[in-house]
Design a protein around this ligand. Structure first.
Ligand SMILES: [Zn+2]
Length: 367
């Protein structure tokens, strides 16, 4: 189901800005908010939500001159009333120009001078100094999303390294890229796509855990941003022990995630507090066949088997921690023998006259 959410984008200047606004390439900035360009704000949110949100019909207006000077603006994180006032001023300036704002889902105020950057339900404020990646996050707030976090720093916002709702800090990493309209990406982490109600059921593999131990499952994951993916794109598992958390596993590579270099199998938790927490992952799975990520708290491991489809699909195995430990013996043995790839390893490891892979492995790793 598609929800039409066209935004009115009001390009505004304070009445004492007599200089900065003339230096801004208005058509280019307007295209960022309204254009069908592959790397515009509407295409980002349409891609992130698998077209559940439709931003076509977004329209830009301006320049509009506010009946205020720059110093009249006193909005801040501590003064949210002051922030909302700016949106009121901008909407009034638009209505004074006979612009009908009633058909629009929300309002973006773009200021010509460094003013502020924030988002709240159906409202975005940004300015000429705001990177596109940061504006994408404010749209996320406009659609009701919170910042994302990490298991390793659970009270700190902006600590998920692969989620737009952690920009521009991303826990100290940089998953963005230089796009048509400046610094852009990465995608929204899949727990928040799900929270928004935008994750189609047929893109998700739900793996049974009985609350504590996942069923061993080998599966293909297409990259999260692929709009016509031939495989599932998210694996989801629910745990009730040691505490309540739903896990999401995704493959992040290419497209809006092309700034995530190297590519990553990323693992997130969604907790009952409504926040998404980055739990970890396998960085550079293209060179990591057989490598596992083991969760430090939950009985969960993820193993990369191989990458196919020119880097767009990862084959992974999800299971309890013991599954990864059992594999690591096999991996070590394969490494000792310089075997290439997982195929045929069994046949190459088995010693003549020994029908037990385990005893052959133990002999090998103890050599
Ligand atoms: Zn934010």
């Amino acid at each position: 189901m598609t929800l039409s959410t066209p935004w009115a984008v009001l390009f505004c200047k304070f009445k004492d800005d007599l200089r900065d606004f003339v230096t801004i390439k208005l058509n280019d900035k307007m295209a960022m908010f309204t254009g069908p360009d592959a790397e515009s704000i509407p295409s980002f949110w349409q891609n992130v939500t698998y077209s559940a949100l439709d931003l076509s019909g977004s329209q830009a207006f301006g320049w509009l001159t506010l009946d205020k000077n720059q110093t009249d603006y006193v909005g801040s994180g501590a003064n949210s009333d002051g922030r909302i006032e700016l949106v009121t001023w901008a909407r009034k300036a638009a209505e004074d120009q006979k612009i009908d704002l009633s058909p629009f889902y929300g309002t973006v105020v773009f200021m010509s001078t460094a003013t502020d950057l924030w988002g709240s339900s159906k409202m975005v404020v940004c300015d000429a100094k705001s990177p596109m990646s940061a504006i994408l996050q404010e749209y996320g707030h406009g659609y009701g999303l919170k910042h994302s976090r990490a298991v390793s720093s659970p009270t700190a916002d902006y600590s998920n390294p692969v989620c737009i709702m952690s920009g521009m800090i991303f826990g100290g990493r940089n998953p963005t890229f230089a796009g048509r309209f400046g610094v852009s990406g990465p995608l929204l982490c899949s727990p928040y796509v799900d929270v928004g109600g935008w994750l189609p059921r047929d893109r998700v593999e739900t793996i049974s855990t009985a609350g504590a131990k996942p069923k061993i499952t080998t599966m293909f994951l297409s990259s999260l941003g692929n709009q016509k993916a031939p495989n599932r794109q998210v694996a989801r598992l629910h745990f009730s022990a040691p505490y309540d958390a739903t896990y999401y596993i995704e493959f992040r590579a290419g497209g809006w995630d092309k700034g995530i270099t190297p590519a990553e199998i990323a693992v997130h938790q969604l907790r009952p507090d409504g926040y998404s927490y980055y739990a970890g992952g396998i960085v550079d799975p293209t060179v990591s066949s057989g490598r596992s990520w083991v969760d430090p708290e939950f009985d969960l491991s993820v193993r990369i088997e191989r990458i196919v489809d020119s880097g767009d699909t990862a084959e992974i195995t999800i299971g309890p921690r013991a599954a990864a430990l059992a594999l690591s013996v096999r991996t070590i043995a394969a490494a000792k023998l310089n075997l290439a790839g997982p195929l045929g390893v069994r046949g190459q490891i088995l010693r003549p006259g020994d029908s037990s892979l385990k005893s052959s492995l133990l002999t090998l790793v103890n050599q």
